[in-house]
Design a protein around this ligand. Structure first.
Ligand code: G1P
Length: 292
């Protein structure tokens, strides 16, 4: 019988040091792009891909994420009193009724691999998705994860989302060496975390979307600490390659690295230019800018 991906893991325990002081109190995943926090874009992408159980791996001071996906009695009552029906609907429909949110506390920030390992009790023996909310992917068709789900449905193995990056940027990503399977799809032959450009096997980088088989949990249990002294998901995937096929999928759409200020600004500008109320006045504002 074909396996189905029903659960997604959102590692959201990171400190967000690149956005201090904005992230001193507020989680980086709550940074808004126009009027929605990054974590909501990520959840919506998962919902569009058919995910029903959202597993958030949270750290201390990430309470705002739990509150964002919870009911807000006072706010809802106040909006109802004021007759602001449209705004009330927006607030009440952040999480669709068929979706369950689960929160797991990651007590220590030991890396992405450790965060994913924390989800094991909830994931069990099923394939699952991992979404890194600071990689925001805009695809008007179906969403990046939905594209990857179609690959999984067909191939029934782990799928990594990849994108070509500048050779000078390999030190920021998991980098794969691949053999081409078909258009956009290749087989991962090797994967290495954040190699220097002269040691990188290619310039094909892993972006923050994964579909993984549960076999990854056994690898995460034994993988030694890697780059930055952290338990790296990349290293566990490298071990998985010895037992299973792992595919790399070049997604359709535009990715914004919202973990960087420039990427975050680009996402904000692009989303503003799509926003029903903002697009016209914002376009005018941009056109009137006297750049140097
Ligand atoms: C993480 C992963 C890396 C991946 C990247 C995608 O790195 O460790 O392999 O390429 O996400 O955004 P981070 O950005 O958390 O340093």
């Amino acid at each position: 019988m074909k396996k189905v991906v029903r659960k997604a893991v959102f590692p959201v325990a990171g400190l967000g040091t690149r956005f201090l002081p904005a992230t001193k109190v507020s989680p980086k995943e709550m940074l808004p792009v126009v009027d929605k926090p990054l974590i909501q874009y990520a959840l919506e992408e998962a919902v569009a891909a058919g995910i029903e159980v959202m597993v958030f791996i949270v750290g201390r001071s990430k309470g705002a994420i739990l509150d964002h996906f919870d009911k807000a009695y006072e706010l809802e009552a106040e909006l109802a009193n004021r007759g602001q029906a449209e705004t009330l609907t927006i607030v009440q429909n952040i999480v669709p009724p068929h979706v369950t949110c689960v929160y797991i506390r990651q007590a220590e920030a030991l890396g992405l691999g450790h965060a994913v390992a924390c989800a094991k009790a909830v994931i069990g023996d099923e394939p699952f998705a991992v979404i890194l909310a600071d990689d925001m992917i805009d695809d008007e068709q179906s969403g990046c994860l939905a594209q990857m789900m179609r690959v999984f449905e067909d191939r029934q193995c782990s799928v990594l989302c990849v994108q070509t990056v500048q050779p000078s940027e390999t030190g920021n990503y998991g980098i794969v060496a691949v053999s081409t399977v078909s258009d956009r799809l290749s087989k991962v032959d090797a994967i290495v975390e954040k190699p220097k450009p002269d040691q990188a096997p290619s310039n094909l980088a892993v972006i923050g979307r994964y579909i993984l088989t549960p076999a990854i949990f056994d690898k995460l249990k034994v993988v030694p600490r890697g780059a930055g002294g952290e338990i790296q998901l990349t290293d566990a995937i490298a071990m998985l390659l010895a037992d299973e096929t792992v595919l790399a999928y070049e997604f359709e759409g535009q990715r914004y690295d919202c973990g960087s200020k420039l990427g975050y600004l680009a996402a904000t500008v692009k989303q503003s230019l799509k926003h029903a109320e903002l697009k016209e006045p914002f376009k005018k504002f941009l056109q009137a800018l006297d750049l140097d």
